[in-house]
Design a protein around this ligand. Sequence first.
Ligand code: FES
Length: 579
Amino acid sequence: MKTLRKTPDTLRSARWFAPDDLRSSSHRARTMQMGYAPSEWMGKPVIAIINTWSDINPCHAHFKQRVDDVKRGILQAGGFPIELPAISLAEVMVKPTTMLYRNFLAMEAEELLRSHPVDGAVLMGGCDKTTPGLLMGAISAGLPAIYVPAGPMLRGNYKGKVLGSGSDTWKFWDERRAGNLSEVEWIGIEGGIARSHGTCMTMGTASTMTAVAESIGMTLPNASSIPAVDASHIRMCSESGRRIVDMVWEDLTPKRILSRQSFENSIAVAMAMGCSTNAIIHVIAMARRAGFDIGLEDFDVASRKVPVIANIRPSGDKYLMEDFYYAGGLPGLMSRIRDKLNLDTKTVTGRSLGENIEGAAVYDDDVIRTTENALYHEGALAVLKGNIAPDGCVMKPSACEKRFFKHTGPALVFDDYPSMKEAVDREDLDVTPDHILILRNAGPQGGPGMPEWGMLPIPTKLVKQGVRDMLRMSDSRMSGTSYGACILHVSPESYVGGPFALVRTGDLISVDIDARRIHLEVSDEELARRRAEWTPPPARFERGYGWMFSQHVRQANDGCDFDYLETDFGAPVGEPSIY
Ligand code: FES
């Protein structure tokens, strides 16, 4: 039997609507102004639907309709829905990078909930930063909340070939640069690679983070991989609407759901999925909002013991998220790594994760492999440390050629993106396949916002020779749909004077992935001499949100949250100041 902790009198929204005073009278009068009779909302849970739909976000285009399905569910369960739009963060449209605005969305979500007369929230997101942004905000706000993932788009298709978002864009762009694809063929690929509304259907950041949301218990079971256009997605939306109303009566807040083990589960799941490297930054930030000190080492430990079993591009070579859903989705995958999960963690259903995946099955053993027949027995992600990255850097061994697991090569250094972009197309560039391309001033402060520049283009001269992978290193991130021997998130970043700022073209760098080591082969004395000569670059911002970002953003190994937002777990929702 359900434990009901709330009554109509103790609803948070009752503070706005119930008292017999002038202020509350205005709240009632203004709600009636919108055409609602008091019986439609008085004494009922008021549910905020934070909707990240916008006209420029193709991944969330269907949210314009889906929000009505969420509202239908809320009304059916006896709640009162109010839609509150939030910044959309369309990954491919927002410059310089959506990562600059993840914390903006987190603050917006938190303050939307804090300032309005709401008792619970449905969070509608999916495109990369929207999942962590919405969840970070909801965790800090502390009200009952359920996450509705946008769902992946359908498989891409061009002339009968299956195309995967991002991954195939990079791959075919290299072919175009090598002169192997005509303009007509390229336009055909552009038209076929994104065939429906929904998020990228490779194992990019969107699919990784919605899987994280499900595995920490913040979505309905199996919600994260339903294709955006599937009728099941509509049903999941209305069911989420119904469920949040009960969650309010049960007072099932994030604090009652989340634990350190929830986040450890999400890391194990991310590893088994062959996740985006961005998962590291976002999970650290989300966990710390919840008061749990998750760090890089948690990912490295999990990476060594959880095999990659989802055969999804780019770690896998064949399938996409649509196939993953038909093969059993996340419950199927979790059933295969049960022994790596804590099955007692709580979820929005009110049941444990273990109860939710009871009876889950896998319907295609090639899409979701057994652990014995894993794609990679370890190594979705690796955390490396050394004199060039004392606070760590990360790479994705499962998505790069094995010959780079142990490699020493000379650095070819670029101090900014435009000069790198110009240089890689030069036929006279002094570069060999053994070089390590370096891009710096691309971190949280230097980028600014840590853009996804980490998959540096292979120099055209080498592409024409058939080279398709080489070691690249930066303090930026890379898209989860990217692949290759890219070392990312170098911390501390070069812009703030990390040792990465001291590398020079021609210096040798040694990488040993098995030993988790990266070393700049330059003496300490020489590095000290270079440090004395180093001068900080000019400020990126002098005003506005960017200035605030640069004052308060943490480094990548700490999740890039703002220092003042890492609050105590479940900090109480504040009172509106208008009272
Ligand atoms: Fe939105 Fe990839 S662009 S998920």
